[in-house]
Design a protein around this ligand. Structure first.
Ligand SMILES: [Zn+2]
Length: 315
C-alpha cells in the first residue's frame, strides 16, 4: 500500500492506493491556505491515519507517502521552494511529514503528479507520454522513459506556457500569448462571452439565461443544437487546443498524449477533430503516429500519481 496526498489551494486530499495504483479510500480537509506549513502537515498526518483506519490497514503496511504540491518543488529534498498563494515558500514539507511516520516521503509538483497518475492509469505500456489538462489554466506533464521529466531544475513541464501567439494575450506568468490564454476553459469562457455579445440571436444567450452563467459547456451544448455562432466558438477552441498538441507531438513524438480536465468529458466531440487536425499537421507522415486519448482518473489523478511516484522514485 501507498499513500498519495494532493495538496490543493482549497483542500488537502489524501488517498490510500494499492501497489497497482488503485484508489482504496480517500479523505480531505480544508487547506486553509496561509497557515504555517507545520499545521498543514499535521492535517496531512491526520488524514493519513484516517484513510488507513477506514480500510483497516496498519500504517506499517504503507511503504511510502507521495505528495503533489502546487508551485516549484525541490523533489530531491522534499521542499516547496515557492508556491504562490499557499505561502509554503522554502517549507521542508516531506521532512516534516516524515516526523509522523517512519517511511519515505516523496514530493512532486501537483501537475507532474497528476500526469504520472494518468500515465499509470492509461499509459503504462508506453515509454513516452504527455498529459495536458484543460482547466482554469492548462497544466500537464511529460513522462520520458517511464519517468517524470521536470527539467534540470524541476520547473518543467509548463505546457500551458509555451507561446502560441507572439505578442498575444498577457499571461499571469509575465509572458504574452501563452497556450493557456487560448486553450484553457477560462479562455473558452471568454471566447464564448465575446461570441454571445456579437451574436444576440445565438441560442447561447438563452442557454446563459437558463443556466445563470457562461461555462465551458455553453458553446459545446449550443453547437450540438446546431447554433452557428456556438459551432464557430467550439471549432475555434478545439483548433487552439490542437495547435499546441501539434507542437508537443513534433518535439517529443510521445507514444501517447492524454487530454484531461472537465472539457475532455465531451469525448469524441473534442477528440475526433483534435486527432484529425494533429494527424494532418504534424511533421511525421510515415512513421507510427502518436495516439491521443481522454484521461481516465480526473480528480483522483493527483492522489494516485503522487502515491505511484513515491513507489517508483528510485526505479
Ligand atoms: Zn504564461
Amino acid at each position: 500500500m501507498y499513500i498519495g496526498i494532493d495538496l490543493g489551494g482549497t483542500n488537502i486530499a489524501v488517498g490510500l492506493v494499492t501497489d497497482e495504483g488503485k484508489l482504496v479510500t480517500k479523505a480531505s480537509l480544508p487547506t486553509l491556505a496561509g497557515r504555517d506549513y507545520k499545521e498543514i502537515v499535521s492535517d496531512m498526518a491526520k488524514l493519513c491515519n484516517m484513510v488507513t483506519a477506514e480500510s483497516n490497514v496498519n500504517m506499517d503496511e504503507v511503504k511510502a507517502i507521495g505528495i503533489g504540491s502546487p508551485g516549484s518543488i525541490d523533489s530531491k529534498n522534499g521542499i516547496v521552494v515557492f508556491a504562490g498563494n499557499l505561502a509554503l515558500d522554502k517549507a521542508p514539507v516531506a521532512e516534516e511529514l516524515g516526523k509522523y511516520f517512519d517511511i519515505p516521503v516523496h514530493m512532486e509538483n501537483d501537475a507532474n503528479a497528476a500526469a504520472y497518475g494518468e500515465y499509470i492509469a492509461c499509459g503504462i505500456d508506453s515509454d513516452s507520454f504527455v498529459f495536458i489538462t484543460l482547466g482554469t489554466g492548462v497544466g500537464g506533464g511529460i513522462i520520458i522513459n517511464k519517468k517524470i521529466y521536470s527539467g534540470f531544475n524541476g520547473i518543467g513541464a509548463e505546457i500551458g506556457h509555451m507561446t502560441l501567439k507572439m505578442d498575444g494575450e498577457k499571461c499571469n506568468c509575465g509572458n504574452y500569448g501563452c497556450y493557456e490564454k487560448y486553450a484553457s476553459v477560462t479562455a473558452l469562457i471568454e471566447q464564448t462571452g465575446k461570441a454571445i455579445e456579437e451574436n444576440p440571436d445565438s441560442i447561447m444567450n438563452d442557454w446563459v439565461k437558463e443556466n445563470g452563467h457562461i461555462s465551458g459547456r455553453t458553446a459545446f451544448e449550443c453547437a450540438k443544437r446546431g447554433d452557428a455562432a456556438a459551432t464557430e466558438v467550439r471549432d475555434n477552441y478545439i483548433r487552439y487546443v490542437a495547435e499546441g498538441i501539434v507542437s508537443v507531438v513534433n518535439i517529443f513524438q510521445p507514444e501517447l498524449v492524454v487530454i484531461g480536465g472537465g472539457i475532455s468529458k465531451e469525448g469524441d466531440v473534442i477528440l475526433k477533430p483534435l486527432k484529425d487536425f494533429v494527424n494532418n499537421r504534424e511533421f511525421n507522415k510515415d512513421m507510427p503516429k502518436t495516439d491521443i486519448r481522454i484521461a481516465q482518473l480526473f480528480n483522483d489523478a493527483g492522489i494516485i500519481g503522487a502515491a505511484m511516484a513515491a513507489k517508483n522514485v528510485d526505479k
